[in-house]
Write a protein that binds this ligand. Structure first.
Ligand code: ZN
Length: 1016
């Protein structure tokens, strides 16, 4: 169907009368909306190139037409210059970088147009008055190509032209247009419409203004970062949100051109075709949006995922152009959904089945930019219902998996305050107390989830800790009454209990309310980006304090692998001083709890056989497993028992560091060691050749001030935090299979000052190749008085500990068979606790595990038909975690509902089993191509056409399409991803699937299930 574009009056497509009425209503009723109105009219502070949404509409509206016209500089002035010319003052040199290494200059487009102010001396550059046509006067003149003295060039005007677009023109377009809609005051519309026309008259394009493109002076590429190409007025990333804002501003202002003959006369005076409103609108569309659309299609405008898709859809919505003139709105939607933007399947294929992303936790937030994309698509679909069928242009949050991102951000919070410090993320190392303060790492975004589902938990997550709802969006309906009602329902309570984010790889034990809250976390994630060598590191929180804080975001990328990301720097184990590989391989086998005993067990595969086979170090590491038990002693008083099992290689180092306080070492015969952990002769930060023949410059030579002792009996290292509330960490080291070598020292990155020092305790076992170690530690995280009085090894086989504490004596028995953990086979893992003649236990030999087999599945509903043994039947109930596995993959899922169904159990599992989805575009022998980017498809195909050995994220999963279910061997990702099937199904049998949408699922019929039994 064709929609006629040309019409007499402009009809807004985004700022519909309903939306404007909504904003006015929000301002009338809600303080947060009044605050936005104030920002629109009064502006926000100007600190950086980007970062402020609004500039002061009131102030700028008092200025003349000529002033507004010149506010946006001509794009004949380039905006790019070499990096060494950034942030340097002719008088104060590099001292300005103390204020910012990128944009230290202040600008004042009203008081000092076309000038930069030095933050050190307050002087203004250039010395000429460019805005008044003066190109030469004074000691520091700049006409656009910089001012050169002593062989150095200063690019005052370019810096200004770059800055003013991002931090004044665009925020002002937003402010003028929205102020007009809210107040109806024509001054705002007049100035906004004028500024928009000016922008169109200066916007670069690929025809007569190609010399004004962002990198035009540098051959189309950044003079500093060669990967950076494209850009229009600003660079390719920032242009995405500048363009999106410009599109909305056009929608608000375009109709005004019909109402202001004086404005049209002014524009005609500037040489623009402005005989009518239609003519100006056509001009803006042709000279601004057309090149911008071309730039999106060429990749010259492209930001983080979500940014360019939202820009493209905003343009599509406001132009509402389905004519034969390309690029048009249809091209923008196809680009965003099916082309380079691949939004159609991006959220499904870019997230784990639990809603987690592929990077460290904070980065997952970027996915929420797709809320705007989804909303804009709904606007288009409502206007053109026949043009955008859901099968081809899916509802981005219409699939349970994509909505689970909101649950993920709730479940990731520890004690309503902390985030697991996985990968490049982490808090300060100084001891500090944090009160509970938030339900989710997200805030107002939860309103969207609530809007979509009505789930009261999302309403709770959309409020702050005092119960006040977060600010909404000005132009959207704000469900204040519905949120208020939802908060009254018991379902809105967010209760912190033990849980897994099993798709992502986070195991959490958590219990207790308020100050009595306590949590342990082990990381078994397999990130693709922003990953560190931190597999299976342990975190502990209690009393609002992080007892094992991590290093977090690299302080300097220069020592990232030597220090910040090094496995020896984290609370985990390193084999043969070899760094953890960045492969898949994390899995959980056990999460269960009973009265006062909470147990988890997870494993990873940091030294995969395919990578280290035949190597001198870290070969044949087949067990790498951590089992953690949290044991309650009295209300809020507890201890944590930790068993780290590792097998393979010849040297095992378990690293421990607490916060940045000096630990008290046990009174033993410590000997002082010269040099560093790398050797007596290796100086701090020195290089050496290690005993495996590798040239090294990493963690061991960063650790100095060393003492060593051989530990045959349990001993405790204590970190007193120095907080008024008296928290301390007691680390009871328990030698199990012979004495331990214990090193104590302190380390720092060379990027830190001499005074910075992080104390470490390194526990070492060494022996012949194939070494098996069990590191047993009892962690006492207490306030004032230790909970644990002593720890004694009763027996090493079976592994039995006696823990004497303030309320009695515990006998703790571990079951952790000396078998490989890197495969998926069952291991009878478990812990039992005897106290006062009473035994509680999970898993192990007794009470053991219940078992079953998946006989059928409704995968979309995440419901399995299970043929189960009596023990499984007896204890399989809502809230328990079951493991579903086959020879190649393993997953844990929480039971949501259990029903008897014809001799089998129908078990509904919480969350989603969906791994990936996309339309089948081609079939080959034993393979299908999907028209989708399967981000986690890490497999590669060798020259022989077969999969290269290694971890395969999708191995053992099931593909369903049409009536067929096929076992998957691996996926090779690409804009078109190839699914390699487990069986050599001939192409002609797969051909009927072409054109259908295929889904890949975590499990399927034939898989086995197990359930750790609990005795209480
Ligand atoms: Zn200066």
């Amino acid at each position: 169907m064709m929609v006629t574009v040309a019409r007499g009056a402009h009809e807004p497509r985004y700022y519909t009368p309903e939306r404007v009425a909504e904003a006015r209503r929000n301002i009338e009723r809600h303080d947060w909306a009044k605050r936005i109105q104030t920002r629109i009219l009064k502006g926000q502070s100007d600190t950086y190139y980007i970062g402020r949404d609004y500039a002061p509409a009131e102030t700028y509206a008092a200025h003349s037409d000529e002033f507004i016209w010149l506010l946006q500089p001509t794009t004949r002035i380039p905006r790019v210059f070499p990096a060494e010319a950034a942030a340097i003052c002719p008088v104060h040199g590099l001292a300005v970088r103390q204020h910012s290494a990128w944009h230290p200059w202040r600008i004042d487009p009203i008081g000092h147009p076309y000038k930069l102010q030095c933050p050190v001396g307050g002087e203004w550059y250039p010395s000429n008055d460019y805005a008044a046509g003066d190109l030469t006067s004074g000691p520091y003149p700049d006409a656009g190509d910089g001012f050169t003295v002593d062989g150095r060039t200063y690019y005052f005007l370019r810096d200004y032209a770059h800055r003013v677009y991002g931090n004044t023109t665009i925020p002002l377009l937003r402010s003028f247009s929205q102020a007009w809609l809210i107040t109806g005051d024509a001054r705002y519309a007049h100035h906004g419409a004028l500024l928009l026309a000016r922008l169109a008259s200066e916007y670069p394009n690929y025809e007569d203004r190609s010399d004004r493109l962002y990198f035009a002076r540098y051959g189309g590429r950044s003079p500093t970062y060669s990967w950076k190409t494209g850009g229009m007025i600003t660079d390719l990333i920032w242009e995405t949100f500048c363009l999106e804002a410009t599109a909305y501003a056009y929608d608000a202002l375009a109709g005004y051109y019909d109402q202001d003959p004086e404005l049209l006369a002014f524009l005609r005076g500037k040489g623009l075709p402005a005989a009518s409103g239609d003519e100006v609108r056509a001009y803006v569309r042709r000279h601004l949006f057309r090149p911008a659309m071309q730039a999106l299609l060429k990749g010259d405008i492209k930001g983080n995922e979500g940014f360019h898709q939202a820009a493209a859809l905003a343009v599509a919505v406001v132009l509402d152009d389905f004519s034969d003139d390309h690029p048009n709105s249809a091209d923008m939607v196809d680009y965003a959904f099916l082309g380079e933007g691949h939004a159609a399947w991006f959220l499904i294929n870019g997230m784990q089945r639990d809603g987690g992303g592929h990077e460290s936790p904070g980065y997952n937030k970027i996915k929420l930019d797709f809320i705007r994309v989804a909303r804009l698509m709904e606007l288009l679909r409502a206007r053109h219902p026949d043009r955008f069928p859901l099968g081809r242009y899916p509802d981005l949050f219409g699939e349970p998996k994509t909505l689970s991102v909101f649950d993920w951000f709730i479940d990731l919070q520890l004690l309503d305050a902390f985030l697991p410090e996985i990968g490049d993320g982490g808090g300060p190392l100084e001891p500090r107390k944090v009160a509970r303060y938030r339900w989710s790492y997200l805030d107002a975004e939860n309103l969207y989830a609530f809007h979509r589902t009505g789930d009261p938990r999302y309403a709770r997550a959309a409020t702050d800790y005092a119960g006040q709802p977060f600010a909404g969006e000005l132009w959207e309906p704000y469900p204040a009454e519905r949120v208020e009602a939802a908060l009254k329902s018991p379902e809105s309570v967010i209760q912190r209990t033990s849980r897994l984010l099993d798709g992502y790889g986070v195991a959490i034990l958590e219990a207790g309310e308020g100050e009595l809250g306590r949590a342990a976390m082990v990381n078994y994630s397999s990130l693709i980006g922003h990953r560190q060598c931190d597999d299976l590191f342990l975190g502990l929180w209690a009393y609002g304090v992080s007892f094992l804080p991590d290093l977090g975001y690299p302080f300097s990328w220069a020592y990232r692998w030597q220090w910040d990301s090094n496995s020896l720097a984290h609370n985990t184990v390193t084999v043969d001083e070899t760094q953890h590989a960045h492969d898949a391989g994390g899995q959980c086998r056990l999460l269960a709890e009973t009265d006062g005993l909470r147990v988890l067990s997870v494993s990873h595969d940091p030294y995969p056989a395919h990578r280290y086979a035949g190597q001198p170090c870290a070969a044949e590491v087949d067990a790498f497993e951590r089992t953690v038990a949290m044991v309650d002693v009295a209300p809020g008083r507890f201890y944590t028992a930790d068993l780290f099992r590792v097998r393979g290689g010849e040297q095992h180092d378990q690293s421990w560091h607490g916060p940045m306080v000096e630990p008290v070492l046990p009174p033993l015969a410590w000997s002082d060691l010269p040099g560093t952990l790398a050797g007596a002769e290796v100086p701090r930060f020195g290089k050496w050749r290690d005993r495996w023949g590798r040239d090294r410059d990493d963690f061991p030579s960063y650790l100095t001030g060393l003492k060593r002792v051989e530990l045959a009996e349990p001993a405790v290292v204590t970190w007193p935090f120095g907080l008024p509330s008296g928290e301390a960490l007691g680390l009871h080291l328990v030698p199990v299979d012979g004495p331990l070598q214990v090193f104590a020292g302190h380390g720092r990155s060379p990027a830190r000052p001499e005074s910075w020092r992080l104390p470490y305790v390194i526990v070492r076992r060494a022996g012949a190749k194939g070494l098996a170690s069990r590191f047993v530690t009892v962690l006492d995280t207490y306030q004032n008085q230790p909970v644990v009085q002593s720890v004694r090894l009763v027996s090493s086989s079976p592994l039995v500990l006696e823990v004497r504490h303030e309320a009695g004596t515990d006998k703790l028995t571990w079951t952790a068979p000396d078998d490989p953990s890197t495969g998926t086979a069952p291991l009878a893992l478990g812990v039992s606790l005897e106290r006062d003649g009473r035994t509680t236990a999970v898993g192990g030999q007794t009470p053991g595990y219940g078992r079953g087999t998946v006989r059928g599945a409704d995968l979309a509903a995440n419901r399995l038909m299970i043929e189960a043994d009596p023990a499984f039947r007896q204890q399989c109930r809502p809230g328990r975690w079951v493991r579903v596995y086959n020879d190649q993959r393993s997953a844990m899922a929480r039971v949501a509902e259990v029903r008897e169904a014809g001799g089998s159990l129908a078990v509904s599992l919480a969350g989603s089993a969906l791994l990936a989805r996309g339309p089948v575009s081609a079939a080959a022998d034993g393979a299908l191509d999907l028209e989708a980017y399967l981000l986690f498809g890490s497999s590669r195909v060798g020259a022989d056409g077969r999969l290269v050995p290694g971890h395969r994220y999708f191995a053992g999963s099931r593909l369903t399409a049409g009536e067929q279910t096929l076992a998957v061997a691996g996926v090779v990702r690409g804009e078109r991803s190839r699914v390699m099937l487990a069986e050599a199904v001939p192409a002609e049998k797969l051909q009927p699937l072409v054109g259908q949408v295929a889904s890949l699922w975590q499990y399927g019929p034939g898989d086995r299930v197990e359930l750790a039994l609990v005795r209480d």
